[in-house]
Design a protein. Structure first.
Length: 332
């Protein structure tokens, strides 16, 4: 599907974009892959990595600017929406700015994609969008709802919108693994709560989930990757063995355990070998056999959270991953 196509990724200079771009170039050989973002220095640095590759283009712009989006989307077939204000404390202290990017930006992109004849759009979501406890999660839940409803608005234009949802990306910029590594020499790691758990996913798995969504989606589906959980104490032990762990308390907006599927979504959720799929509650789309395909409906009281997850990552597994990715952890 993506072969010889034109693809645009918003927020493309972030951690996800740095992995999505080379993987997609290698697998699908698109005609054009456009990185759309607002930071000229990040674009300048990223452009060096793809110097001489005429398929990779860079476009300065903000998702808050609908006119600029429309210009960038001219001739684009597929869009990955990765742009977001995503640091929880930043969103809590700058709520107006978070809403402008995560909610108004989503609205702008949906409208522009419909008007420009884009075929399919996959938006990146987060575990924090399920039963949100902070503003970032609340804005991403609103964004998810917008992308689902965008399939109603597209009408004869034919644009289709889907969402992928996953948890903590191992080693991404701003995540806890590079943070712990950066303070390893102090011998003390701050732990918010000894009971805390988180979902764990690699960037490669995130990219593959986006590819699957493009291939599988009819419109309005939320894809949830099956991934392991890990306790924060085990994570800290894996990253800096022998370091003292100091409990510092939960920050505003943090949860003890993250959730990707709440009980309210269970009536619309189907299970597959490697993922779950939350189907739209609107228009009776959750009963559409073209969206369900070969899925099995989950139990009425089903939830998918980091503390009730049947799959867990061991300390040894994370240490092995860090050893294999040490050179790039936290650099993108």
């Amino acid at each position: 599907m993506l072969a010889n196509s034109s693809i645009l990724i918003t927020g493309g200079t972030g951690s996800f974009g740095h992995k999505f771009v080379p993987m997609t170039l290698a697998k699908y050989n698109p005609r054009r892959l456009v990185i759309y973002s607002r930071d000229e220095m990040k674009q300048w640095e990223m452009a060096k990595l793809f110097s001489g590759d005429s398929r990779v283009r860079f476009f300065i712009g903000d998702v808050r600017d609908k006119d600029r989006l429309s210009r960038a989307l001219d001739g684009i077939d597929y869009v990955v929406h990765a742009a977001a204000t995503k640091i929880v404390p930043t969103a809590e202290y700058n709520p107006f700015e978070c809403i402008k990017t995560n909610v108004i930006g989503a609205m702008n992109l949906i409208d522009a994609c419909i008007d420009c004849g884009v075929k399919r759009v996959v938006a990146l979501s987060t575990d924090k969008a399920s039963s949100p406890a902070n503003l970032y999660g609340a804005t991403k839940l609103a964004s998810d709802k917008l992308f689902v409803a965008g399939n109603s608005y597209s009408g004869a234009h034919g644009a289709r919108f889907g969402v992928v949802r996953y948890g903590n990306v191992m080693g991404s910029r701003g995540s806890v693994i590079p943070f712990f590594l950066s303070i390893a020499d102090k011998g003390v790691l701050p732990i918010t709560d000894n009971r805390m758990t988180r979902f764990m996913i690699t960037l490669e798995q995130g990219v593959e989930l986006v590819w699957h969504a493009f291939e599988d989606m009819v419109g309005g589906e939320i894809y949830v990757k099956k991934i392991p959980s890990m306790s924060m104490t085990d994570l800290a032990t894996a990253v800096v063995p022998g370091a003292k762990q100091e409990v510092v308390g939960i920050r505003p907006g943090e949860k003890l355990h993250e959730q990707m599927i709440g009980v309210e979504d269970a009536p619309y959720t189907y299970e597959y070998p490697e993922h779950f799929k939350i189907l739209p509650a609107i228009h009776n789309w959750s009963n559409d056999p073209y969206r369900i395909k070969d899925g099995n409906k989950v139990a009425e009281d089903f939830t998918y959270s980091s503390d009730n997850n049947p799959a867990w990552m061991s300390i040894e597994s994370l240490q092995d991953w860090i050893a294999r990715n040490h050179e790039i952890v936290g650099k993108i």
